[in-house]
Ligand binder design. Structure first.
Ligand code: CTP
Ligand SMILES: C[C@](O)(CO)[C@H](O)COP(=O)(O)O
Length: 220
């Protein structure tokens, strides 16, 4: 059973404001390098999608393709560039990836075909009111709600079928598990980790910079 890691790293990092986010460094190592290093020991190959005109740093154990205009298009291109049986799709923007989560996802995907890291929601959730400055609209019951992370793991053929169905229907999604669920296929929710937060804003980068010394000392 060949397992490949597919790393969408072709985003422009608009919300962070520091250019292509994959190359932003935390404690001397890029977000991309951190994600590749976490995944490489667990898979047969690592495939990275980069922004057009960018090359993979020479020392990374991975090969690269050019990504698409959206994360969904990027993952679709990654799927077409590998012959693996199982794929682990992981955002380069989530640099702190525990080995425990990788192992659990691979197991869940081999058992049921589709799985995602996720965490039960721990905050009170509110839907903001209509127009104007954000105000309390109404409470969203959090019981049974999970926040979806990556990695997400799938049989490659299943995920490719989900992407092709979405492309035919002109449907978009912010992740891959949602596309598979839209086919009616079960997706296991595998307990993720608070450290698997996505570096999206300057505040997230500050958090990553504070965590990196602890993470680098204890290892994944
Ligand atoms: N066309 C795109 C857009 C996003 N991504 C990747 O998808 C992951 C999650 O996306 P996000 O955190 O939104 O990254 P950006 O799109 O770069 O951020 P922003 O939306 O702020 O521009 C990132 O690893 C990003 O590189 C990608 O490969 N191709
Ligand atoms: C895939 C993802 O990380 C799951 O939570 C998330 O949907 C990515 O969203 P983004 O806006 O592309 O960062």
């Amino acid at each position: 059973m060949k397992v490949a890691a597919l790393i969408p790293a072709a985003g422009s990092g608009t919300r962070l404001g520091l250019g292509p986010k994959a190359f932003v460094t935390v404690a001397g190592r890029s977000l991309l390098a951190r994600s590749v290093a976490a995944l490489a020991p667990h898979v047969a190959e690592v495939l990275v999608a980069l922004p057009d005109g960018h090359a993979l740093p020479p020392d990374l154990p991975a090969r690269a393709i050019t990504g698409g205009a959206t994360r969904q298009a990027t993952v679709h291109a990654l799927l077409r560039a590998t012959d693996a049986d199982v794929v682990l799709v992981h955002d380069a923007a989530r640099p702190f990836l525990p080995a425990r989560v990788i192992a659990a996802l691979c197991q869940a995907a081999q058992t049921g075909g589709a799985a995602t890291a996720a965490l039960p929601v721990a905050d009170t959730l509110v839907q903001a009111g209509a127009a104007g400055p954000p105000q309390w609209g109404h409470l969203v019951p959090r019981e049974g709600l999970w926040a979806v992370q990556t990695p997400q793991a799938f049989g490659r053929e299943l995920l490719l079928r989900a992407h092709e169905a979405a492309a035919r229907a002109g449907q978009s999604a912010t992740d891959d598990a949602g596309l598979v669920a839209r086919l009616g296929h079960a997706v296991a929710l595998v307990p993720g980790d608070a450290r698997l937060f996505k570096v999206t804003t300057p505040g997230d980068l500050a958090l990553a910079q504070a965590l990196a010394p602890v993470w680098d000392a204890e290892g994944p």
